[in-house]
Design a binder for this molecule. Structure first.
Ligand SMILES: C[S@@+](CC[C@H](N)C(=O)[O-])C[C@H]1O[C@@H](n2cnc3c(N)ncnc32)[C@H](O)[C@@H]1O
Length: 313
């Protein structure tokens, strides 16, 4: 079922659009601005300025938008980088190639761009620049999900924190779109169970601050006595609903997913666990999932595996 097309994704997508192809969702990670040279003609990410990179991303994702079903979504993973201190020129053009291990990753990381309009050491802010440009181009910017990396690349910095996150933007083509929230519910935390199992009505609650100067009673953990006159929502049926302890809750917007060692000869591959929720929420079994920056093909592998699992159910 997987189809892999080689070439500049802009040319490929124009061909697919001409053939009338439609996809339900796209999940992708473009080359990051100025980070590394993948060593092939027409590659993106080596633009001289953030503005040029953003313009290239807008061009790419306009094509994705044409391929996307009207109720489709785009999950876009982007990381940020810092403006080089005291260097001139574009680092990636100094001949560094993609590598296969941490040493070469660090070497690639050292070839950061130097943007004249920014000060040395400035965070470039590429993810949000791209996100706002896509919003201006018509996309609905629905969410900034933080990909929290519990095993970030060590950094020898002493004047800021070690970077341990990237962004995963959820964008949609239309105001209403296909999103299977139930497919990605997560287990509730033990704290939630403890809180919901308290007998709120019998609680006295803690004293208010400022010597109890406020007169509207002691503070409780959740819930208030039902007062029809006050119009509050905590009536008996609310409390009954609270007494049913859910096992699952809506997925939160911070996703903790470890990075994985570079597989084979490829850099910056998706950890499968990062994109599984994207595919589960954004598509049904049998739908077509697009990754226009396919790299080592993680998206194809994960979509194929999930499709096979769902078919077995
Ligand atoms: C961050 S990597 C994506 C890795 C991928 N998510 C994976 O799991 O392997 C970006 C990829 O985009 C490719 N690329 C760069 N410019 C491209 C272009 N114009 N068309 C298609 N792919 C391009 C790079 O060669 C690289 O493989």
């Amino acid at each position: 079922m997987n189809k892999v097309f080689f070439g500049d994704c802009r040319d490929t997508m124009r061909d697919l659009i001409a053939q009338g192809v439609k996809v339900q969702m796209c999940v992708t990670s473009p080359p990051y601005f100025g980070l590394r040279d993948y060593g092939h003609a027409g590659q993106l990410g080596l633009e001289a300025t953030p503005a040029e990179f953003v313009a290239a991303m807008v061009e790419v994702f306009a094509l994705v938008r044409e391929l996307l079903a009207d109720d489709g979504v785009l999950w876009l993973n982007l990381g940020d980088s810092y403006n080089a201190a005291g260097r001139t020129g574009h680092g990636t053009r100094q001949g560094f190639k993609q590598g296969t291990n941490r040493a070469s990753a660090e070497k690639a990381d050292n070839c950061r761009p130097s943007v004249e309009t920014l000060k040395p050491k400035d965070l470039i802010g590429i993810p949000w620049r791209v996100a706002f440009a896509l919003q201006a181009a018509g996309w609905y910017l629905r969410q900034d999900i933080i990909w929290h990396k519990p095993n970030p690349m060590p950094e020898s910095v002493t004047d800021r924190c070690t970077k341990a996150h990237e962004y995963l933007f959820l964008l949609s083509k239309s105001e209403r779109y296909y999103f299977d929230q139930k497919a990605i519910l997560e287990p509730v935390s033990p704290n939630t169970h403890a809180r919901l199992s308290q007998n709120v009505q019998e609680q006295i609650g803690s004293e208010r601050a400022n010597g109890g100067a406020k007169t509207n009673g002691n503070m409780k953990v959740v819930g208030r006595k039902f007062d029809p006159g006050a119009g509050n929502k905590n009536n008996p049926s609310f409390d009954a609903a609270m007494a049913i302890m859910p096992d699952e809750r809506n997925k939160r917007s911070v996703w903790t997913v470890p990075t994985q060692p570079y597989s084979g000869a490829h850099f910056a591959t998706f950890p499968p666990a990062l994109i599984e929720p994207c595919i589960l929420a954004g598509s049904r079994s049998g739908d077509t999932v697009l990754d226009c920056f396919f790299g080592s093909g993680t998206t194809g592998e994960v979509a194929g595996n999930l499709g096979a699992q769902l078919d077995r159910l």
